[in-house]
Ligand binder design. Structure first.
Ligand code: GLC
Length: 434
């Protein structure tokens, strides 16, 4: 298929990634206790010492059961996961030798990352690590006027005199070395994020020493898939549009690239108790379909509670997606955008499995009796509904037997649909192509 052949090559291993399509993002840290956004430290300008005193000393995930997390991800049909080893707040889930600001020093008293990695691996899921470049807790991290609890501090310049960003970069590199050395094969590395400004007041590749960091990553884990937030023009494998649905597949310098859209259930990434803007199961299933129909991956985020569990809203969404995936996963795994010669039928999304020569028509709005597929005439051998494998008959004469001629174009294939819409979140018709 033309689109795949032209894909920008990745340095890391991406063949599994474009096949698996669906992963779980997990944002878990001290902010899960505040339960009002993972940026709470920034939003409420909570000084690092205060934040530490309040949350760090009380972080006690007594319900944490990583097998249950892996089961829930698996149930939803997810094939990989990406966990926040450290978010902007600076707190580390693993037993880093380079800081005391880590899970082992909280009432949790243990490395929380290792059992998670093991549980997901046991479920045959690939392992991804998110790591924040930004750190609002580290005492060498230079305070800038944009982000962080101390951004508007009257003595910011004075505070910065005691800080040395190069020392922070050494810490950052050291921690990445730990993560890429001590947890086996890492499949995805997800740095977050850079914000260079023309006047130098932001942070970018110089602040992280990204070139050096990139070399370290490639040395320690040559096959790891790297995201695009190090502020280096070419040193990335995947593009990561965030909380948006790209109109088409992502293209860079005229070439399609491997991409992954990340989305939340309700807006914030960390556990948010009061947010009411939860997406419904149908919305999430459509998001997955839409993404794959444009050759992308969906990384769907869960914010576990501070006690270490997935709340009932999360479980409801994951189970709902899983119910749809139980019978429709064929239209997701191994699939991507349909070749351009097949126009997308009205109110539908197409996905295409090139190896199997199967086309999947996702019918978002169920039409009355006929679905017209322009450009499909003489291309289809057989068709059925995925949910029950029941045959869908088709013909080439538009509204056959009715007094309606001339509604279909000569290249149109018309599917005869049951009047009753199948009782699934999104019905899918599988076309066996010639
Ligand atoms: C961001 C935010 C953040 C979240 C991330 C996920 O850039 O800073 O809180 O972790 O995006 O993509």
């Amino acid at each position: 298929m033309a689109q795949i052949a032209e894909l920008r090559k990745t340095v890391g291993e991406s063949s599994w990634f474009v096949r698996d399509r669906f992963g779980m993002f997990i944002h878990w840290g001290l902010y899960s206790m505040a339960a009002r956004h993972e940026w709470v430290m920034h939003h409420e300008k909570i000084p690092p010492q205060e934040y530490e005193k309040k949350y760090f000393s009380r972080f006690d995930p007594d319900l944490y059961n990583p097998q249950a997390w892996a089961d829930a991800a698996c149930r939803a049909g997810m094939k990989y996961f990406v966990i926040t080893t450290k978010h902007h707040e600076g707190f580390c889930l693993w037993d880093s030798k380079l800081t005391t600001y880590k899970a082992t020093r909280t009432p949790a008293k243990r490395d929380l990352l290792r059992p998670m990695v093991e549980a997901f691996r046991k479920r045959n899921m690939r392992v991804g690590l998110y790591h924040s470049l930004i750190d609002w807790h580290h005492d060498q991290y230079v305070i800038d006027p944009h982000f962080g609890p101390l951004r508007d501090h009257p003595d910011r310049e004075k505070l910065n005199q005691k800080r040395n960003q190069a020392k922070y970069a050494a810490y950052l590199h050291g921690q990445v070395r730990e993560l890429l050395s001590n947890y086996g094969k890492i499949d995805v590395l997800w740095f977050d994020f850079s914000y260079p400004k023309p006047n130098g007041s932001g942070k970018g590749h110089q602040d992280w020493q990204s070139e050096k960091l990139y070399k370290l990553v490639r040395k320690l884990q040559p096959g790891v898939l790297l995201n695009d937030r190090l502020d280096l023009p070419n040193a990335w494998d995947i593009k990561t549009p965030e909380q948006v649905v790209p109109r088409q597949g992502v293209v860079v310098d005229g070439r399609p690239v491997v991409w992954e859209a990340c989305h939340t259930f309700s807006g914030s990434w960390g556990y948010h108790r009061d947010e009411q803007s939860w997406k419904s199961v149908p919305q999430l299933v459509e998001l997955l379909i839409d993404t794959v129909s444009k050759d992308g991956n969906l990384l769907l985020n869960v914010g576990p509670t501070s006690r270490g569990s997935f709340d009932e809203r999360t479980m409801d969404r994951l189970n709902g997606i899983g119910q749809w995936m139980d019978v429709h996963a064929k239209s997701i795994y191994g699939c991507g955008a349909a070749p351009a010669e097949f126009p997308v039928p009205q109110d539908c999304r197409l996905t295409w499995n090139a190896a199997k020569k199967r086309m999947y028509v996702h019918v978002l709005t169920w039409p009355f009796r006929h679905l017209h597929l322009d450009g499909f005439k003489d291309r289809v051998e057989y068709a059925h509904l995925l949910n029950d494998g029941s045959e869908i008959c088709f013909h080439k004469d538009g509204h056959r037997g009715l007094n309606f001629k001339g509604l279909a174009t000569p290249e149109t294939l018309t599917l005869e649909l049951p009047v009753q819409r199948p009782n699934v979140t999104v019905p899918v018709i599988e076309l066996f192509m010639k």
